[in-house]
Ligand binder design. Structure first.
Ligand code: SF4
Length: 347
């Protein structure tokens, strides 16, 4: 197993973030925060999907005040996302935000930053210094062309916070470019011990966005970098959480359900393997089991018995039926129509 990068620990409303704790999943509500009712409904859906920390956009004082109601009813660590106006950070802290995300690219006045730091310190809440390549300070003050200048700008801001004796920090260095993002995080990882919020910003929609996020976040996690992740997709926020879970599960960092090993099918397959796997996926998700288990479903005798034998439970199909294996041993022959039922029964 790869080693996690050693970091400090921060506490986001009860969720501990840092190398000793599980990589947490977060997302951002897409509703208008001023509309507390709809935002709470979205957060509840996110929570049900497995989200552990939710960020909300604070674009004015009404949104900042709305945090109070949302927090009371949504019951999840809440992060206030602040751009441009430092006073909204202070108002959000007063409303009970569990963390503030500020973008140094658009809140750069030292005095304003000091006010935000003071307020966060008083309430003992962390601040994410959230760099986005799209809103970096102008050239000469850390303009981002590549990972290196990104890192330089981040270090300058981190120093500012440290000078104010504030170390309750988490950092992100996101770009929509996978290579730039990965280079930046790798560069900063060696130069500070603050936990990292990792993601590819504005990664796009659907499969393309999922692939981009998975490659970027996955590459960093394989390096042991990343303490909380957010997948940024254009579309429903629940799919961000589902993707984040899939990334963590694929790397065996966290387990959310049994793993399915299934073959891609070819002309040798004589059963409806895709239908069987679809049904099995639904049934396994409903189990809500975090026990690490591998279930193999294979289309024929070429690779089927080998994979089925190596899995905790597996089936290798032939014509209209298959051989069921459990912990490497043959259990029995099962008909195609009973395959899912038998696999579940023998879990
Ligand atoms: S296991 Fe059999 S059916 Fe599946 S892809 Fe391999 S050869 Fe084809």
């Amino acid at each position: 197993m790869f080693k996690r990068r050693r970091t400090r620990t921060i506490n986001i409303g009860g969720v501990k973030v840092g190398w000793k704790f599980p990589v947490s999943i977060q997302s951002m509500a897409k509703t208008d925060t001023r509309d507390a009712r709809n935002t709470i409904a979205e957060i509840k859906r996110l929570k049900k999907a497995g989200c552990e920390i939710v960020r909300v956009a604070v674009k004015d004082v009404i949104a900042a005040k709305s945090i109070k109601t949302i927090k009371r009813r949504a019951d999840i660590p809440l992060v206030a996302d602040i751009h441009f106006d430092y006073r909204l950070a202070i108002e959000s802290i007063k409303s009970g935000a569990d963390k503030i995300r500020i973008n140094p690219g658009n809140i750069s006045s030292p005095n304003h930053l000091k006010d935000v730091i003071r307020a966060a310190k008083k309430r003992k809440i962390p601040i994410r210094i959230g760099f986005n390549s799209g809103s970096m300070p102008p050239a000469g003050d850390g303009q981002t062309e590549n990972g290196d200048s990104f890192v330089g700008a981040a270090l300058r801001y981190i120093k500012f916070f440290e000078k104010e004796n504030f170390r309750d920090i988490i950092v992100s260095l996101k770009s929509s470019d996978v290579r730039e993002t990965v280079t930046a995080y790798r560069g900063l990882a060696a130069r500070c011990d603050y936990p990292f919020h990792v993601g590819i910003t504005a990664s796009g929609a659907h499969e393309a966005g999922i692939v981009k996020s998975s490659i970027g976040i996955g590459a960093l996690l394989l390096d042991g970098i990343g303490d909380t992740i957010r997948v940024s997709l254009t579309g429903d926020s629940v799919s961000e959480v589902v993707t984040a879970k899939n990334i963590l599960q694929s790397l065996s960092i966290r387990n959310f359900r049994p793993d399915i090993v299934s073959c891609p099918m070819c002309g040798r397959c004589q059963v409806d393997l895709a239908g069987i796997v679809r049904k099995l996926e639904t049934e396994l998700s409903a189990l809500n089991s975090q026990k690490p288990l591998t279930v193999a479903v294979m289309g024929c005798e070429v690779n089927g018995p080998g994979e089925a034998r190596q899995a905790d439970i597996g089936i290798a199909f032939g014509k209209d039926s298959g051989v069921l294996f459990r912990k490497g041993k043959i259990v029995k022959k099962v008909k195609e129509k009973n395959a899912v039922k038998e696999l579940l029964k023998n879990l």
